[in-house]
Every structure is written in C-alpha cells, then in structure tokens.
Design a protein around this ligand. Structure first.
Ligand code: ZN
Length: 299
C-alpha cells in the first residue's frame, strides 16, 4: 500500500485500517465484512487515500454498496465519501449541519501542500440521535452517539459487542495531540468517562496505533491539562497563544501536532468565558506556535 496504511484483523470479519503517522488529515478507518452487507467506518481525506482504502476493503471481501458510518463531520473522515458509492451514509443528526459549515479542503497558507484530488462533499443519508444497531450478517455493529458535545458536536463510535471491539473515531487519539476546537473540552472529558465504561478488548483510535483503555485515559488527562491552563489564562488575562507558549507539555511532549494546544485553549477559554472562537484565528495562532511556517501535513 503506497500510503503505508496497515490492515489489522481486530475480530472475525472486522478490520482496522491504520494510517501512520496519524497526524493532520491522516486518520484511521474500519472495514466490516458482513455476509449480507458490508460497512465502512469513515473514509479518508484525499482521493488517493480513499481509493487505497477501497481497494484494500475489496481485497478482504467487502461487498459492493457498503454502508458507511461517518463518526463525525471532519474532512479527513468524510472527504472520500463520494468515492465509496455507499448504500447509505449514517451519522449523528448534528453531522450534516457541521459538514455544511466546515471546509473539506483547508484554506491555502495553513498546511503543507496536499494532493487532495477532486473532493465532492457527500452528506449523511441516515441520521440518528442516540444509537442504532446494524446486523450485517454474521456481524452486529452498534453505532452510538457519545452523548454530548465532545471532539465535535456529533461524535459517534462503532462498537462490536460480540468481539468487544471499539472504533472510537476521534473521541480517542493515541500518540497524537487531540484537537477540540470544534467541540467542547469539558464535554469531551465527560464523554471519555462514559466511553471507558464499555467492555472492550481493543480500541481503534481516530488517529494513531491500536490501543486499549490507557489511550482513553491519556486523551482525558490531556484535556484536563488544557482545562487547567485555560482557567489560569482566563484569570491572568492572557491569550491562548501566550498561555500555550508558557507551559511545558510534560507527558504529552512526544505527541504529534503539538500546536493543537493553542486551538484547544481557544476552545476551553471560550467555554469558560461564554465567548465564541474564530477558526481562522485558531489556525493562524497554531501556525504561529509551530514556528510560523506551514503546518506539517503528510496527507
Ligand atoms: Zn476529527
């Protein structure tokens, strides 16, 4: 596989599609090979990456016209939807509105150049507010809303109850800095406590390598760390960028995409003060934090 993506059989008929290194726009996906109906958990950010996901999926027996569960609206997970030719696209009810308001290709001047290909936005065809169960033939998958604003306003996860496999979407990052500028930092902390209550053997994070509950707790510890810094910054009257520059990352220092701390602080401080954030400002501040050049992107 040219993108160095790896397939991992996480259960009978279920595969994790892991794309290293998990940084900006390099996400993980899932392939569910039911005997009557196939399903994908998310697509990829570029045409090339999505084509590779589809070719790999066919290689393990995915039937044509699969269902696709979009775990949330972000472009890395949804840009490839039009290439899948899905039977239905399933997502939480917040996702269509979030997709309509978001960019599929980031504005120029923020990230290193990426060959995106012809991206055609595809919206969910089935939405839900709580959960639904998919009987794919020899494989049952439960799709569930995380219960509140978290990484975004419409995050879902896919859980395989028989094999105890959890496709966590971007609710969980592993070795990659979580990004919460479009959701709620405090809501995400709560969602992770609920997620950890599920019984699972393996977690497929939205970005990074396969993991277990430890990555849920690490993601949560990072978000608590953000919330603490945000409280101090609001009290001291300093900007998110100044606050980010004044702290040591400690145990999170070797995670990719560290500049996200600035976006996360924008979100957390807005939450604490009841303000709103400007996403362009967020990205420009992250660029500044990272040294001023284009943000690293290998998508
Ligand atoms: Zn995301």
């Amino acid at each position: 596989m040219s993108s160095s993506a790896r397939l991992s059989e996480v259960a009978e008929r279920a595969y994790a599609y892991i794309q290293p290194d998990g940084s900006w726009f390099v996400n993980n996906a899932g392939i569910l090979v039911g005997s009557r109906q196939g399903a994908l958990v998310d697509s990829c950010s570029t045409v090339d990456r999505t084509r590779e996901l589809l070719s790999t999926s066919r290689g393990v027996g995915l039937l044509p016209k699969p269902l696709v569960v979009a775990t949330h609206h972000h472009a890395d997970h949804t840009n490839g939807l039009s290439l899948v030719e899905p039977s239905e696209i399933i997502a939480h009810a917040e996702v269509p509105g979030e997709m309509a308001a978001a960019f599929s290709i980031p504005p120029p001047g923020l990230f290193e150049e990426v060959r995106w290909g012809e991206i055609e936005v595809r919206f969910p065809t089935i939405t839900f507010t709580d959960r639904l169960s998919l009987d794919l033939g020899g494989l049952v998958a439960q799709v569930a809303y995380c219960g509140g604003n978290a990484h975004t306003r419409g995050d879902s996860y896919v859980y395989l109850p028989d094999s105890r496999v959890l496709f966590a979407g971007d609710l969980v990052f592993n070795g990659v800095t979580p990004f919460g500028a479009m959701g709620s930092i405090s809501g995400w902390i709560e969602a992770l406590s609920r997620l950890a209550e599920l019984k699972f053997e393996v977690v497929i994070p939205g970005h990074g390598e396969l993991c277990g509950v430890e990555a849920i707790w690490a993601t949560q510890r990072y978000l608590r760390f953000i919330l603490e810094i945000a409280k101090g910054a609001v009290e001291a009257g300093v900007s998110p960028l100044e606050a980010a520059r004044s702290v040591q990352l400690g145990e999170f220092d070797d995670w990719l995409d560290q500049e996200r701390i600035v976006g996360n602080l924008h979100a957390a401080m807005a939450e604490l003060t009841g303000g709103a954030i400007n996403l362009i400002e967020v990205f420009l501040d992250m660029k500044e934090y990272a040294g001023g050049g284009l943000l690293r992107c290998i998508a």
